[in-house]
Design a protein around this ligand. Structure first.
Ligand SMILES: Cc1cc2nc3c(=O)[nH]c(=O)nc-3n(C[C@H](O)[C@H](O)[C@H](O)COP(=O)(O)OP(=O)(O)OC[C@H]3O[C@@H](n4cnc5c(N)ncnc54)[C@H](O)[C@@H]3O)c2cc1C
Length: 764
């Protein structure tokens, strides 16, 4: 028993002091991905999160789905899902939680952090103060956990503010902006007219509903909105939707989105309960008797507040013009997505989203504080204009940049340097390389092969796909919408194609051969050739002679123009780096088939050609002459771990059920480990919650494989892999003259493929 008598001096809470390498404040997706990346790079990390679980807006407390450049697969950014730790998390979530249960997503994040021995996680701990050693250096931060009545003092040489609002950036005195810059500040033509549109995006609170199978009454609380007509768009309320679909229940854009948060939350609760009361009790909806309110958020999801001054500020032009930066460390691709500050009470559309023609680079300088020498930013508070923030703020993009921060922190610590010193050319290159080895895929930057033992090996494959036929074994697709087959063709080559058509009545088919002006884009904004065919009724084969050649290596789009009297044969076969795309709509991301931005907004007008999600989205069946030979074994050491201007994959012949790659060296090598980069379909957005997905593992990904030595002794065996990157570390370095990779085809309709193999030698 403990009994304490009166202490006239009062008492103090327990105080725990930590001294660590790197402190991250905020355990949203950015904080989590920065922490894991830094920990794996070998430094001690303390991650401080003021709430009981991780994920920030992606957690079960708020329930937003994690998205990024793939934009729900509704724009032209092919194969653009963010790589590295954020990819690993989303792939893990797909495997364990394809239904998108937010509680399970919480456990996946907690599990990932718990598995890192270099991370100390302080949950329920709010950072409320800091101490500086000099005007521009943070020395320590102070946190408090009310659950265990403990105060924490954490000292470190490096800090990252991933708290959304930027608590340590603010307390350290770093420069920041809140609100919208006018268009003159950065020459941004899409900058909003703040007198009408307002300056800030507001907060939102979501709700989930459920059919209980029996009638449920609903009595709204006194603070629920009574007059639904105060919501001008109340006609959009739909009983079949909940969660993320109600993103437009937004409020606070005309308030102080930090200090008025409690007030904003009450207004949002009023809106949510008022909307639910309207659904249940207005009599305007059918089949709502059995619906109950299963969950309502108690923490508002915040969209926008402080953006801190970095060494560079990302702007509209960086996004739309896809400007190149030598210090690029990540990329974005969500639309520039601005909202009227009046949110749910605005008569205007809930958002204006405009896309770029492809992904854009984000420079390292956006993550480095201009004012505080040992401070990084990650997440929505990085250095961007208000307009650019409209795109960079989404969680996969935020987390992706945060990985660069985590890796840079480790590099700073090892080399005893500050974040801005990484801008030295050699340091920058080292950072980009470390990131790409962990899956970052920074645009245009291949993994260097100098230290990859595979680069000096002679490589043979049991088979390699030569694609002269996408087999004619699938269903028919009626050309209700235009469709295109994307193919990685060689420049200066004439190709002939043959497709199968079912023509319902005599008609004319228009075919165009299109390509992207920038070879690395997938917006088919240029036309290489137009063909017109007069067709009679009946099933028939049609030969298409392109007679046009590409100047650069890139994807060509063979587009078949909409014609309701024609069906085209598809294939059941799928291949890494091949897609069919459709000129349809995806209204969730403002895709109406064509983007037509306001005149003078500095944004491009172009068509959307997007794939369909599996189990749909079949390739167009065709014969191809000469065969496409893009899938050569040389690809596995070209440094790219996803398709770019070409597939970048070695692909086996489809009939090869157990393909083998043999890497031989003329002299014995000492090998520490092998990393394999598989295809988990970077085109798939993998929304983390609510959406649900048809499969729990990506069918292109190799599940079972073995590594053998030259005598066919088993070195390693992996069964049931579903991850993108598989790293096999040998307990002791191995002496090898030959390494054999034996794979098993995972799906009978998809040949085995591999993007890269990286064999690490023992340099010590
Ligand atoms: C309604 C809404 C819809 C959106 N739609 C999408 C979408 O569909 N997909 C998408 O990807 N993005 C979406 N976004 C944007 C995205 O959610 C945010 O921009 C993103 O969460 C920012 O990430 P972050 O890591 O910077 O911040 P957060 O996710 O907010 O994480 C920051 C974390 O820091 C913690 N923290 C704050 N202060 C402290 C402190 N003092 N001490 C310790 N911890 C602290 C917070 O509790 C939080 O967990 C949406 C945003 C909103 C609000």
């Amino acid at each position: 028993m403990i009994e304490e008598k009166l202490d006239r001096n009062g008492r103090s809470f327990k105080n725990v002091a930590f001294d660590t390498d790197f402190v991250i404040v905020g355990g949203g997706m950015s904080g989590v991905c920065a922490a894991i990346t830094a920990a794996r790079a070998g430094i001690k990390v303390i991650l401080v999160q003021d709430r009981p679980v991780l994920g920030g807006n992606a957690s079960s407390e708020v329930r937003l789905w994690v998205l990024g450049a793939t934009s729900h697969m509704g724009n032209n950014n092919r194969w653009s899902r963010e790589g590295g730790v954020i990819d690993e998390i989303l792939v893990e979530n797909l495997y364990k939680n394809k239904e998108g249960n937010p509680i399970i997503f919480d456990t996946i994040l907690l599990d990932k952090i718990k598995q890192e021995k270099n991370i100390t996680l302080l949950l329920n701990t709010v950072v409320y103060d800091l101490e500086k050693s000099e005007a521009n250096t943070i020395k320590k931060i102070f946190g408090f956990n009310s659950q265990n009545e403990t105060k924490y003092t954490i000292t470190a040489p490096l800090f990252c503010d991933a708290s959304g609002d930027g608590v340590i950036g603010y307390m350290s005195g770093a420069g920041y902006r809140i609100g919208a810059e006018d268009s003159l500040k950065y020459g941004e033509k899409f900058a909003p007219d703040v007198t009408k549109y307002g300056e800030l995006l507001g907060h939102s609170i979501y709700f989930y509903s459920r059919d209980t199978g029996a009638p449920v009454k609903y009595i709204a609380p006194s603070y629920a909105l009574k007059d639904i007509t105060k919501i001008p768009r109340f006609g959009n309320i739909n009983t079949g939707e909940h969660g993320c679909k109600f993103w437009w229940l937004e409020y606070g854009g005309r308030k102080d989105t930090i200090h008025d948060t409690e007030e904003i939350k009450w207004e949002l609760w009023s809106v949510v309960y008022g909307v639910w009361n309207y659904i249940k009790n207005s009599g305007n909806f059918k089949n709502v008797e059995n619906l109950t309110l299963e969950w309502v958020g108690v923490i508002p999801g915040k969209r926008e507040s402080r953006r801190f001054d970095g060494l560079y500020t990302l702007t509209q032009q960086d996004i739309i013009e896809q400007r190149h930066h030598n210090d690029a460390v990540s990329f974005g691709g969500w639309a520039i997505d601005l909202h009227p500050a009046d949110g749910v009470y605005s008569k205007e559309s809930g958002c204006t989203q405009y896309h770029s023609k492809g992904i854009y680079e984000i420079p390292y300088r956006c993550f480095v504080s201009k004012d505080i020498d040992n401070l990084f930013f990650a997440g929505r508070n990085i250095s961007t204009s208000h307009v650019a923030h409209g795109s960079s703020r989404v969680m996969a993009t935020s987390a992706f940049g945060a990985q660069a921060v985590g890796m840079a922190a480790a590099q700073c610590l090892k080399n005893k340097m500050s974040p801005r010193d990484i801008l030295d050319e050699n340091q920058l290159r080292a950072l980009q390389q470390s990131l790409n080895l962990t899956g970052q895929s920074i645009p245009h930057i291949p993994i260097e092969q100098g230290r990859n033992l595979a680069g000096s090996a002679q490589i043979e494959a049991s088979s390699t796909l030569e694609l002269d036929e996408i087999p004619f074994d699938g269903s028919w697709y009626r050309l209700d919408f235009s469709v295109a087959q994307m193919l990685p063709l060689n420049p200066s080559t004439n190709y002939d194609f043959e497709v199968e058509l079912d023509v319902l009545q005599p008609t004319t088919l228009n075919i165009e051969l299109r390509y992207a002006e920038k070879p690395e884009n997938y917006t088919p904004d240029c036309t290489a050739g137009k063909l017109e065919y007069t067709l009679q009724s009946g099933v028939q084969r049609l030969k298409i002679s392109s007679n046009t050649t590409l100047l650069a290596k890139q994807y060509i789009f063979i587009t078949f123009t909409k014609n309701e009297f024609i069906k085209i044969r598809t294939s059941t076969k799928r291949y890494t780096g091949l897609l069919s795309v459709f000129n349809k709509f995806n209204l969730a991301v403002n895709n109406h088939g064509k983007q037509e931005p306001p005149l003078g907004s500095g944004i491009d007008s172009f068509e959307f050609w997007c794939p369909e999600r599996r189990p749909e989205g079949h390739n167009i069946a065709m014969n191809i002459q000469p065969a496409i030979t893009d899938f050569d074994i040389i690809n596995i050491i070209n440094g790219f771990t996803r398709p770019t201007i070409k597939s970048n994959a070695w692909i086996a012949a489809l009939k090869d059920e157990y393909p083998e790659l043999i890497l031989s060296w003329s002299s014995q090598q000492t090998v520490k480990g092998v990393t394999l980069y598989f295809d988990t379909d970077f085109d798939h957005p993998m929304e983390s919650v609510q959406m649900g997905h048809p499969e729990s593992r990506i069918p292109f990904c190799i599940r079972n494989f073995k590594l053998l030595d030259e005598k066919k002794n088993l070195i390693a065996e992996v069964n049931d892999n579903y991850q993108t990157i598989c790293r096999i570390n040998f307990s002791e370095p191995m002496k090898l003259n030959q390494l054999v990779l034996q794979m098993e085809r995972s799906e009978s309709n998809i040949p085995c493929s591999l993007f890269q193999i990286y064999i690490e030698g023992d340099v010590g």
